[in-house]
Design a binder for this molecule. Structure first.
Ligand code: KG4
Length: 339
């Protein structure tokens, strides 16, 4: 008999549901939230209200597209954390109610592990090989910048992480200072394609080991603009492409310096990237250059699986289902949790 997993993701501002049958993805529906755009960042209370409105139609559509009925589902996997508590609670409560009503197992999923395991999402007729254990994964999103040693579907060790801001957070904040639309990552990416990455130099951190820091870059960017605007009030408008390209290049350089160090230190040449920032063109290109230069076997997720999505939750749930790793109905959501 087939194993069918319903995955639910609601950790931040995307409501998503996905269906996986055995290890094949049948549907992955994501409802974004435009309500935050005018605020320049996610407003937690508005996010949870939007999740409440979206969750039922999103699950309905995921079932419809997968051509699966509720009664065929073997288990419900949900994001337990980390994330915004109000947002998480919507998905967690829905998953619990759904599983209880159908009397099927419930599986809790760590959002960060799910990002890493996005590399194991398989679409129909797809035969790309996933990474083999152990591999390294650079997880870069709005909330995290980590180098992870992935030993198995479940066993992951954080080798290094940011001691302050995440890479995505730094890009978003710099973009906000430039007066660009939210979220800044994709806007910076687009502008950077037309700019000179060597136009300006911003400060790079000196952090020991494999840890990262991005708060200094943010401050350096802010002070640089403040000084230049004194000379030319329209400096940002006149140089936005070069600013975006130089900012992006600095972030990519910081990320890759430590990743190369980790690859050398752990003698691993299978290197993956995951999380929202892995959609970035400059980062993806640099990964490809590193594959050539250092003989890395690289794994870059499809765009749809870089930002928050339920397909990654469903595949993580599928592996836990095979191990009968279920959770109890009274398990709380966690806003902060490590791997
Ligand atoms: O993984 P994600 O969807 O959410 C979490 O933080 O969990 O990542 C969102 C982050 C935001 O900071 C966003 O600006 C960034 O990913 N991002 C990008 C790009 N697309 C999304 N950053 C750079 N270039 C992009 N193309």
């Amino acid at each position: 008999m087939s194993t069918i997993i319903l995955g639910i993701e609601s950790s931040c501002d995307d409501t998503s549901a996905a269906i996986i049958k055995d290890d094949i993805l049948l549907s992955n529906i994501v409802a974004g939230q435009t309500v935050h755009e005018s605020y320049g960042g996610v407003v937690p209370e508005l996010a949870s209200r939007a999740h409440q409105q979206n969750i039922v139609p999103v699950v309905h559509e995921a079932l419809k597209q997968a051509d699966v009925s509720k009664n065929e589902i073997s288990a419900v996997a949900f994001t337990r954390g980390p994330g915004l508590m109000g947002s998480l609670l919507v998905g967690v409560s829905f998953a619990k109610g759904f599983a209880r009503a159908l009397n099927i197992p419930l599986i809790d999923v760590n959002h960060l592990k799910a990002h890493v395991l996005a590399h194991f999402i398989k679409e129909k007729d797809e035969n790309a090989k996933p990474p083999e254990f152990p591999f390294l994964c650079l997880l870069v999103s709005g909330g995290n910048s980590q180098i992870i040693l992935v030993k198995s579907y479940d066993e992951m060790e954080v080798l290094g992480q940011t001691i302050d801001d995440a890479a995505g957070e730094a890009i978003d904040k710099c973009s906000k200072v430039m007066g660009l639309d939210y979220p800044g990552g994709p806007v910076i990416d687009k502008l950077a394609r037309q700019g000179n990455p060597n136009a300006y130099a911003f400060s790079k951190p000196h952090v020991l080991g494999l840890d990262y820091s991005f708060s200094g870059l943010k401050t350096s960017f802010l002070y640089f603009l403040r000084d230049r605007i004194k000379e030319d009030p329209d400096f940002i408008e006149h140089h936005k492409e070069d600013l975006a390209a130089s900012l992006e290049a600095t972030v990519v350089e910081i990320l890759m310096d430590k990743l190369r160090k980790a690859a050398r230190q752990y003698k691993i040449d299978q290197i993956a990237v995951a999380g929202g920032v892995s959609a970035n063109t400059g980062l993806r290109n640099t990964f490809r250059e590193h594959a050539e230069k250092y003989g890395w076997k690289i794994f870059i997720p499809k765009f749809g699986y870089t930002t928050d999505n339920a397909a990654m939750v469903a595949i993580t749930g599928y592996f836990k289902y095979l191990n009968k790793d279920f959770c109890s109905i009274d398990l709380p959501a966690y806003s902060r949790v490590t791997l």
